[in-house]
Ligand binder design. Structure first.
Ligand code: SAM
Length: 275
């Protein structure tokens, strides 16, 4: 039997993945949550039919969305993750030796439950004594917690439904207020090939609240076009530099000191998007 799942990544392009099992298909208050077992990528989490993460390529995304900001900051003690329900970003945050507390504010408890049930490596950070999970709207949470964090990571879905506001100028202003005076923000900012408008708008909006704003890139095969962008806003430190004096780098699978710097070197067509 052939069972394929297709994500329509743009109105005229799709990614099809051969699957062997449907492990979960449930509707929460916010979205349809699905987990399938695929032949190519291990288990895969989809929200409203959009691929969020897979066991095989998650390391690229989760290392890059966290380690750049964590290592650009000299002392990232308190870290907030908004979204990130699968737990991959939390695992990276609580695994960092400088972090004392990693708080994750995810709107949908079903995503967390699905990950705990089916994605053991993604979700192992939930058990860390440094981890705190809050099920709530991240937009509300940042408004109510001024000057509380060294690093904030926005690991959101695409700008649809409850995530729309996570791409707004007001939200980035509230995030800047929730950070300490030398804080750093890192967000996933979509595909340079298919979402240049989003990258341009996120870059402008983050620049309005952060004196230093930079874009970096990584390759995530299951995201549209493969090439993926992250936008980093910083109040003091250059995000392209490693300012955290760590005794040694863990054996990451994608991130390294060289990748940290190299990921900020942009091809001309990406430079054009943010110039
Ligand atoms: N890496 C993924 C991607 O880009 O495809 C996204 C990972 S994570 C699963 C995204 C999470 O953001 C989802 O679990 C979703 O429920 C959560 N989310 C969306 N809007 C939110 C909000 N306003 N507050 C908190 N979490 C939110």
């Amino acid at each position: 039997m052939q069972l394929w799942v297709t994500e329509y990544q743009t109105p005229s392009m799709g990614l099809s993945v051969k699957t062997t099992d449907m492990l979960l298909l449930e509707k929460s208050e916010f979205q349809q949550v699905a987990v399938v077992r695929t032949v190519q990528f291990g288990k895969m989490l989809l929200l409203d039919g959009i691929i969020q993460t897979t066991e095989t390529d998650e390391f690229v995304y989760h290392e890059m969305i966290t380690q750049i900001a964590l290592n650009a900051h000299p002392a990232p003690k308190r870290v907030l993750i908004i979204g990130g329900g699968d737990g991959g970003a939390l695992r990276e945050v609580v695994g960092h030796p400088a972090v004392e507390e990693g708080i994750m504010v995810e709107i949908d408890a079903l995503v967390v439950e699905a990950s705990k049930r089916f994605l053991p490596h993604h979700s192992e950070g939930f058990d860390s004594p440094k981890a705190r999970l809050i099920i709530d709207d991240g937009i509300k949470y940042v408004k109510n917690n001024p000057k509380a964090f060294d690093v904030i990571i926005v690991d959101s879905t695409d700008p649809i439904g409850p995530a729309v506001e996570l791409f707004s100028e007001n939200f980035y202003r509230d995030v800047a207020n929730a950070l300490n005076d030398d804080g750093i923000l890192a967000v996933q900012s979509e595909s340079p090939f298919f979402n240049a408008d989003i990258i341009e708008s996120v870059y402008k909006k983050i620049s309005a609240s952060f004196p230093i704003t930079k874009l970096c890139l990584a390759n995530v095969p299951t995201y549209p076009g493969g090439l993926w962008s992250f936008t980093v806003g910083s109040k003091k430190y250059d995000p392209a530099e490693i300012n955290n004096p760590r005794p040694k780098m863990e054996p990451f699978k994608y991130y390294s000191g060289e990748i940290h710097k190299a990921s900020f070197i942009l091809p001309p067509f990406v430079k054009d998007i943010i110039s």
